[in-house]
Design a protein around this ligand. Structure first.
Ligand SMILES: *[C@@H]1O[C@H](CO)[C@@H](O)[C@H](O)[C@H]1NC(C)=O
Length: 398
């Protein structure tokens, strides 16, 4: 094992030197390069681009589809906010056909659809003073995505619409939500929340690829090499994948090796998905997720004894206390029997610590990505989610 780590290290140092970035320029982009112009308007939907500045200076893109297509301008229905997962962006909600994609389906049901994009993704607009080439630009994990990005985007939508907001999150979007909901900041602005592949604890993750990455400490290797941006579109990212797979995991089906077997993935659309995904994230975010996997905790970033003392005033990072999420917040969760990232044991752990009893939808054959991209999710998942929102006072137009 030691020698394989050493090999990986040397290998990465080698490729690290020569890596060329096939990455997005995250600075302010023109309207024509935004998600509205690229993906949503071409399919006949009205779409507005908004920019939200976070408390720590990141400029996030938020899109709004204020009413559905059909040429009839109606009064916007209740606002609904969609928060994507790791290595994904707002495009993920629109990546299948109009009939199959949650973003379009919600618009068709009369919701006022708002789409979040976290820092570092292709659609976001960089930072007021930092450049993406600087280490400080990537000095964050999902903790900042929860405390800043999510809270600031929800605040913005709330102030624009003057209305409580329905929330939908997938994967990392649910970590952000569950962490943020334990704080006093945003719950009062949220009407009800639907969590797809809910994650707070990660101790029982079964993803072969992730477990391998954890066991060779790929996060620490990359940080040690001064690589702070995690971008699997770069040559470097591809090399990392190859070196992790080589001789250890069957990566002929890489997606399954990472997410678990997805029942209803449309292989003929892969090129469409890869047009924008995977989006970039920070290596520190990986490090934080790996800490959760190793320690089975739902806690803030662990800076080590002294670092923690300095930042938090304790030797150990503060835990997020799920019992702080108000019972009055209606929760709905959908999870899959074939999900290698949101394992059943971990989902049950989350549910057990919540004061409320969330409504649950179990999809036996679903893997992690099915909840976004399954060709059957429209009936299996979204119809039931919309039923839940309606029971909480959501749109009744269709
Ligand atoms: C799969 O994707 C192809 C290509 O976009 C599309 O023509 C087909 O209808 C999709 N299949 C399903 C079941 O959605």
């Amino acid at each position: 094992m030691g020698s394989s780590i050493a090999f990986l290290l040397i290998f990465l140092v080698f490729v690290g030197r020569s890596f060329c970035l096939a990455e997005w320029n995250l600075s302010r982009r023109s309207e024509s390069e935004g998600l509205c112009a690229q993906l949503i308007r071409p399919l006949g939907y009205p779409c507005e681009e908004h920019t939200v500045e976070t408390k720590d200076g990141f400029l996030l893109a938020v899109q709004r589809i204020p009413y559905s297509t059909g040429g009839i301008k109606v009064k916007p229905g209740p606002p609904i906010f969609l928060q994507h997962g790791l290595f994904q962006g707002g495009d993920t909600w629109f990546a299948n056909s109009v009939e199959e994609s949650l973003g379009f389906i919600l618009a068709n049901h009369g919701f006022d659809v708002w789409v979040g994009n976290v820092r570092g993704t292709r659609w976001s607009h960089g930072h007021i003073s930092l450049s993406e080439k600087e280490k400080a630009f990537w000095d964050w994990s999902w903790q900042e995505l929860a405390h800043y990005d999510l809270v600031d985007m929800i605040n913005y939508v709330y102030s624009m619409t003057n209305s409580k907001i329905f929330f939908v999150g997938h994967s990392q979007g649910t970590i952000m939500a569950l962490a943020a909901f334990t704080q006093p900041d945003i719950v009062h602005m949220v009407e009800a929340a639907a969590l797809l592949c809910p994650i707070s604890y990660l101790g029982h993750i079964t993803s072969h690829f992730v477990l391998r990455a954890v066991s060779v400490h790929i996060d620490q290797i990359l940080l040690g090499m001064g690589i702070h941006q995690l971008n699997f579109r770069s040559d470097m990212g591809v090399q990392i994948f190859d070196s992790l797979c080589d001789g250890h995991i069957d990566c002929s089906d890489l997606l399954s090796a990472i997410t678990g077997k997805n029942c209803c993935f449309n292989n003929s659309r892969v090129d469409t998905y890869l047009e924008y995904e995977p989006h970039a994230s920070s290596t520190k975010n990986f490090a934080h997720l790996f800490q959760m996997i190793r320690k089975d905790t739902f806690a803030m970033y662990d800076y080590g004894l002294l670092g923690n003392m300095k930042r938090y005033g304790h030797f150990r990072p503060p835990q997020y206390d799920l019992s702080e999420i108000p019972k009055s917040l209606p929760l709905w969760m959908a999870y899959g029997g074939s999900d290698a990232l949101a394992d059943l044991t971990d989902v049950e752990h989350t549910i057990k610590e919540l004061p409320s009893k969330p409504e649950l939808l179990y999809c036996e054959s679903y893997g992690h990505i099915d909840f976004i991209l399954s060709v059957k999710a429209k009936d299996d998942v979204y119809a039931k989610m919309i039923e839940f929102f309606r029971s909480q006072g959501g749109s009744n137009s269709y």
